[in-house]
Design a binder for this molecule. Structure first.
Ligand code: IDP
Ligand code: MG
Length: 157
């Protein structure tokens, strides 16, 4: 058996998800998959945090619009943990462009346009660590046991 790597990743349910009353329906997907909620908050983002979060896109033509969108209303920040959580969540979210996202993914099910594509997720171990530190103070990430994990996470050999 390939030993899974336990990872943590950052998810944002963007302002369009909050305004369209989709927070619960999106959260339940991650929960039902078995991912563990280790951080959760509603945030009215300021411009500085938005620009830091999307700093990698600073030179892209859509950067200004992206920042305006992400500060246009509250969003929900989640920290999720589980085996291979980073790639699992990226796959559940679907392709950046919703019209290219596989059916059954969040973006395919709930979005049509790239600028308003409902969710963000970290794209690798480095960005996950940096984004979790950007969005959550250490004390806001909670370590706790879940009894259900014996049915979800394989025991280490
Ligand atoms: P990702 O969110 O799937 O990781 P990125 O390429 O990192 O995709 O882009 C970050 C976000 O910027 C996207 O989720 C989307 O909201 C927005 N974005 C990406 N490309 C475009 C574009 O061509 N026009 C407008 N917005 C875009
Ligand atoms: Mg990205």
């Amino acid at each position: 058996m390939i030993a899974p790597v336990t990872e943590q990743t950052l998810v944002l349910i963007k302002p369009d998800g909050v305004q369209r009353l989709l927070v619960g329906r999106i959260l339940v997907r991650y929960e039902e998959r078995g991912l563990k909620l280790v951080g959760l908050k509603l945030v009215q983002v300021d411009r500085e945090l938005a620009e830091r979060h999307y700093a990698v896109h600073r030179d892209k033509p859509f950067f200004a619009g992206l920042v305006e969108f992400i500060i246009s209303g509250p969003l929900v920040a989640l920290a999720l943990e589980g085996p291979n959580a980073i790639s699992v969540v990226r796959a559940m979210n679907g392709a950046t462009r919703p019209w290219e996202a596989a059916p059954g993914t969040i973006r395919a099910d709930f979005a049509l346009e790239v600028a308003e594509n409902i969710v963000h997720a970290s794209d690798g171990p480095g960005t996950a660590a940096a984004e979790l530190a950007l969005w959550f103070r250490p004390a806001e990430l909670v370590a706790y046991p879940r009894d259900i994990d014996r049915w979800i996470v394989a025991a280490a050999e």
